[in-house]
Every structure is written in C-alpha cells, then in structure tokens.
Design a binder for this molecule. Structure first.
Ligand code: ATP
Length: 433
C-alpha cells in the first residue's frame, strides 16, 4: 500500500490538492483543491448526483444554506451532543481526542493528561453586525439538517408520496480536535447525503436497499477495489445520538481501515424534534392505511473528500515501462480529471502542431476535459499524463499527415494503436463508459 506522504506530495506537485493558506504557514485541517483535484471532485459529484438523484423519480435535490439558526442545532441535539472527549497534556499542552489515544500518557512527550473534557465541534459565528447571544449561529456540521428543515417545503411544492428522499451535496464544518491524515480528517469538508423518508414499519427493507446501492456505487461508479472495502455494524455505544442502527463502510486507507461512508437509521428523531420545537407540521397521513405518523428516515452519508482520498490511494501504481520506473494513477475514465491528452510529435513542425490543435479542439468540444501538451520529448509527456491518471494520449505524427490516422496510447498497458481521425471520438467514447 502506498504511503500517505507519497499521495500528499503527488497531489501538490501535480496540482490536485494544496495545503490551505500555505504561504502563511498553512491552516490545520484545510486543503485547497487545484485544477485537477477540483475536476476529480466534480466528476465524483456528477456521478453521485446521476445515480442517486436524476436517474430516480423518488429523490429531490436541494442546496440549503450553510449558516443555520442555533435553534436548528438545539433541536437536532448537536449543541448538546455533538462533541468529542478531549484530553490535554499537562506538560506540552497538546490536545488529543481521548477516544483515539490508546495510552494514558501523552504520545508526544510522555506527560500526564488533565481530566477528560467534552469539546463541542461546531464552528460558532455571529450573523449580523452585533455579537450577542441572539446573533449566535453555527456553520453546519452535517448537510442533513438543511434537508429536515425543508421537509414541509418539499411536500407543499412537490406533493411526493412515501417513500421519497432529499439529497444534497455541500460543505460541512467540524472543529476537529486533531485534524490529520490529509483529506481524511479535516475541519472543512464536503458531504453527499440523502435523507430518505419511509413508513416506520418499512425501514429495514429500505436500509437494505441503500446498503446494496452504496456497495454498487463503490464498486461500479468509483471502481474501488472490493478487497479494500468492508462493512462494519456500529455497536450501540458508538452510534450517534440519533441513530438506532448504523453500518460504516470502511476502506483500507494507508493509515489503516477507517470509515469512508455511513448508513444510519435515524428513526423519526429529527423530524419529530423539529416539529416539536418549531411548531412545523411534519405529520403524515398515510394514503394507503389512513394512519397518522411522522416519517422515519434512512440516511446514506458519503464524505466527498474521503472518496477523493480513497480513489487516489486505490489508483496509485508504480511499475517499470521501457526500462524506466514510472508512477501512474489507474483512474477509471469516468473519474479521471483529464480524459485524454493530445500531442504534436514535434513542436517545431507547424503542420503537426496545426493538426494537433485541430484534434484537440474536436475532442475538447466533445469531452471537455482534454489537455494539449507539446513540451519535451514524447516519453516525458506520456509519463506526465500517467502520473495524473489520464487514460489515453493521442499523438499526431508524420503518418497522420499522410493517412489521417493518429496514435492512441493506453495508460495502463502503454499499448499504442493507430486510429483514423474520423473514428477517434467513437473510439474514445466506447472506452470512457
Ligand atoms: P469519524 O468517526 O471518522 O469522525 P463520523 O462517524 O463522525 O466520522 P459522520 O458524522 O457519519 O462521520 O459523517 C458522515 C461522513 O462525512 C463520514 O462517513 C465521512 O466520510 C465524512 N466526514 C466526517 N467527518 C469528516 C472530517 N472531519 N473530514 C472529512 N470527512 C469527514
């Protein structure tokens, strides 16, 4: 398994991800996505939205505000319960998560710990010019609540029938005590979440359906190695305060086997609480049985940044090609930030460059994420593309000028074949599926 530092340095060197506020020494727990990282993340979001929203007719996409009133978080239980146990070292004053330190002494300096304290992880802020208790507000620590509070709006405007879901992709913020391990534990991250509302007696079947669907997403859409993914039934004492059942989908990251996604049965906890506290009517009269109840909720929750990290770690390969060591990212074409690169064999031969520009324009119009590169020898250009996971390179050479064929070189095998320029789009499209 690749070391995490190798991935971090590749990401920085090749423009995927940079440390946040880097020129001022960095801000712990923040990372900035560069062009390739942003493209990779965007591809994941689009795949997710297609699978879980646009290809279904029981799902409604929303995009709620990040800032929410404090009453939301009081009702959801977050102001009270969304905390981690924290210990401080008496000697070096470093802070640790008490549930993540295996020994009772500071792992950095061996000092004794102070008494354990609870630390609430929500970021506080004030909405408006005055800083007073009334203006206190929070950045959301999960996207979920933005969906619960809009439950009635969706019913009133779309009149769905049970079961149906709300889906959202967006930022969440947690003031993690010890952010670490690159994208794995950050203070600002993105989630892709679904709140799926069901009849209380039917939660098990929907839970199982989403469990299967999440596995499909992991295997088919992302193409992650199944041997590195496993499910864990989360025991009673580890579950969040709102959950009656949770399964974690864990991935073998370089830092060990850790949570990638979660699937939780949140019962009617959130809707009931919000209804009680805000007075909103979230009651449901069942069209089949005429029974009255508050819908129950199944929540598949996907961390986007952990998905990016899992994809990078899973795709990383080192091998030898033409007697040289090379590094490549074995991304599936659906997630690869660059789908193909186009090269003129030589940059000082205008007919080659002109033709290459034309092929580049044609592919860019069709696929979008296409790159042009005429810098350095062709072997170096292949290596550069391999390292960022570009599945195909298209070279315009002298033969192209004779017979309108181009060389298409596949990333993983290095195999080259000649393809008629007129067939190029079809050739690539068939391989991008
Ligand atoms: P952990 O136990 O690792 O702190 P969690 O159980 O608190 O995670 P959830 O509240 O279930 O996480 O959040 C849903 C998803 O959001 C997680 O499965 C993960 O992918 C992502 N996530 C949570 N916290 C972070 C974080 N600090 N940085 C990056 N992603 C995160």
């Amino acid at each position: 398994m690749v070391a995490l530092e190798t991935i971090v340095s590749l990401c920085k060197r090749r423009g995927f991800i940079f440390p946040g506020s880097e020129i001022y020494g960095g801000l712990s727990g923040t990372w900035d996505y560069g062009p390739l990282g942003a493209a990779l993340k965007d591809n994941i979001k689009r795949l997710w939205w297609r699978r879980f929203v646009t290809s279904r007719d029981d799902m409604f996409g929303v995009d709620a505000a990040i800032l929410m009133r404090r009453e939301v978080w009081q009702a959801s239980g977050h102001t009270q319960d969304f905390s981690d146990p924290m210990v401080e070292c008496r000697r070096c004053k470093r802070l640790f998560r008490a549930d993540q330190t295996e020994v009772s002494k500071c792992p950095e300096c061996g000092g004794q710990f102070e008494e354990k304290k609870q630390f609430n992880m929500m970021f506080k802020t004030h909405a408006g010019a005055e800083e007073n208790p009334e203006s206190l507000s929070y950045l959301r620590p999960e996207t979920a609540q933005g969906m619960f509070v809009n439950f009635k709006n969706i019913i009133d405007s779309f009149h769905p029938r049970l079961p149906f879901g709300l889906a959202q992709i967006g930022k969440a913020f947690r003031n993690e005590i010890a952010p670490r391990d690159f994208l794995f534990r950050t203070r600002e991250f993105e989630q892709m979440e679904i709140e799926y509302f069901v009849r209380p007696g039917e939660w098990r079947e929907h839970f199982e359906r989403f469990r299967a669907e999440m596995n499909e997403w992991i295997a088919r859409d992302l193409g992650l190695d199944g041997a590195k993914v496993c499910e864990r039934e989360v025991p009673d004492d580890e579950r969040a305060h709102y959950s009656r059942r949770t399964i974690d989908f864990e991935f073998d990251f370089p830092i060990g086997r850790k949570e990638l996604y979660g699937l939780a049965y949140r019962t009617d906890f959130d809707l009931a609480r919000h209804s009680e506290r805000s007075g909103a009517d979230f009651g449901w009269r069942d069209e089949k049985t005429d029974e009255f109840f508050i819908p129950h909720c199944i929540e598949p929750s996907f961390g986007l940044d952990r998905t990016v990290l899992a994809l990078l770690c899973d795709a990383y390969r080192e091998d030898e090609m033409a007697g040289e060591k090379r590094v490549y990212l074995k991304f599936s074409p659906t997630v690869a930030p660059i789908k193909a690169a186009v090269f003129p064999l030589l940059k000082n031969k205008p007919p080659l460059v002109e033709k290459a520009r034309h092929v580049y324009g044609m592919l860019k119009g069709e696929f979008g994420d296409i790159m042009f590169d005429d810098d350095g020898n062709i072997g170096k250009r292949y290596r550069r593309q391999d390292e960022v996971g570009t599945p195909f390179c298209v070279t315009i050479d002298f033969e192209t000028l004779d017979n309108d064929t181009v060389t298409v070189r596949a990333r993983d095998s290095g195999k080259q074949e000649r393809v008629l320029q007129a067939d190029l789009i079809g050739f690539l499209r068939s391989r991008f599926k």
